[in-house]
Design a protein around this ligand. Structure first.
Ligand SMILES: *Cc1c(COP(=O)(O)O)cnc(C)c1O
Ligand code: SF4
Length: 358
């Protein structure tokens, strides 16, 4: 089975991931004194669960820092003006429980409601961190039956919650059911564990995942400080197993919506063999409005990346349309004017060029 590579074990206490997850703080009053929760946090937790595991907690340096703000409840979650907890109409686009079918050729299966940490800005705030939102075996069977009867579906994306919070046997059983469908060409897992609970990426898990190639793993990462030695080791083990890694980052007001932080994050991802994939503008989800920067901010962050960092490190900046319209990429405008026969454009330095069309 798994080689016992010494690089694997980075947790100082060498605890199993289940133990680390099991020791997550779920009540603001249990935060260490140095990281006091803000007033109102307890009331927030009655609406939206809190969960900060000891590993992620160890990365937080001070109250209000970019990691603290991602996971510590904030009273604004209850007072915002957004009212819809499912603006992307995922529930309406769900032909069977836990399966979202929006694009013709791919489906999302919300296999697990559990998360390595509960992110306050989560666009699935209605589900995240709730074990009860995990699918039962029968529901996984029903989702697989739906895909079997839908020959246009070529990719199954496991999401949640976090699919890697399932135990290996459950995860393997779910992957097997979809991998066995003839027209399913690729599988994909969306997970935050490599950076929020890197101990989850065990030797056994990697052996298990390797059986399902072509399998893609997209890692949800939001800040350069999440890219620690253990996170790097977790990604290395996945990459070494032949699993292509991509990233998903949420543009978060005051956390990573500036050129310096985003550049550091994208370069760090490339360095650990994670190819930047999406930079998501936060969705219009109830309880998360205080995380939403203006679109212009995202465009200016993109402008700061394009041309200045390797193209491999430039993610696609996307909005996801309310009403279930899907993702739309946004780019800063490089075209100054378009005239017959030529295009006037600005390059990454802001210099103007005329590009002949013929
Ligand atoms: C984002 C998303 C996908 C995957 O989209 P890609 O562009 O292939 O990454 C699929 N289905 C739903 C419902 C989604 O929200
Ligand atoms: S963003 Fe992912 S890990 Fe974070 S709460 Fe949402 S589903 Fe869970």
């Amino acid at each position: 089975m798994a080689s016992k590579d010494p690089v694997i074990i980075h947790d100082p206490n060498q605890l199993a991931w289940q133990t680390i997850a099991g020791r997550a703080i779920a009540d603001p009053k249990d935060l260490p004194d140095r990281l006091k929760a803000p007033p109102g946090a307890a009331a927030v937790c009655r609406a939206y669960p809190m969960s900060v595991n000891p590993y992620y907690l160890s990365l937080i340096q001070a109250p209000g820092d970019p990691l603290w703000r991602q996971v510590v409840p904030d009273a604004r979650e209850l007072s915002g003006t957004l009212t819809d907890d499912d603006p992307l109409t995922e529930t309406a686009q769900s032909p069977v429980p836990g399966l979202i079918h929006r694009y013709p050729d791919r489906v999302v299966v919300l296999v697990s409601g559990r998360c390595p940490v509960v992110c306050r800005f989560c666009f699935r705030k209605r589900l995240a961190g709730r074990a009860a939102a995990s699918l039962t075996d029968d529901q996984v069977d029903a989702a697989a039956a739906y895909v079997r009867a839908a020959p246009a579906v070529r990719e199954v994306i496991f999401s949640g919650g976090d699919p890697l919070m399932l135990e290996d046997d459950k995860l393997c059983a779910a992957l097997e059911k979809f991998a066995a469908i003839g027209h399913v060409e690729t599988l994909r897992i969306h997970t935050r564990t490599p950076v929020a609970l890197p101990q989850r990426i065990t030797g056994d898990l990697v052996v298990l995942l390797k059986k399902f190639l072509p399998l893609y793993v997209n890692v949800h990462v939001n800040h350069p400080r999440e890219i620690t030695a253990p996170a790097e080791a977790a990604c290395a083990r996945l990459a070494d197993a032949g699993i292509p890694l991509g990233s998903q980052t949420v543009l978060l007001a005051g956390i990573n919506d500036d050129a310096i932080t985003m550049e550091a994050l994208m370069r760090a991802l490339l360095r650990i063999r994670v190819r930047p994939y999406y930079l998501h503008h936060p969705d219009v989800v109830k309880g998360t409005g205080h995380f939403r920067p203006p679109i212009n901010r995202g465009l200016s962050v993109m402008r700061s990346l394009v041309g200045r960092v390797p193209g491999m490190a430039v993610p696609r900046y996307v909005i996801d349309l309310p009403g279930g319209g899907g993702k739309v990429p946004l780019l800063p405008d490089y075209v100054v004017s378009s005239e017959t026969g030529h295009l006037v454009v600005k390059n990454y330095q802001g210099k103007v060029f005329v590009y002949p069309e013929k």
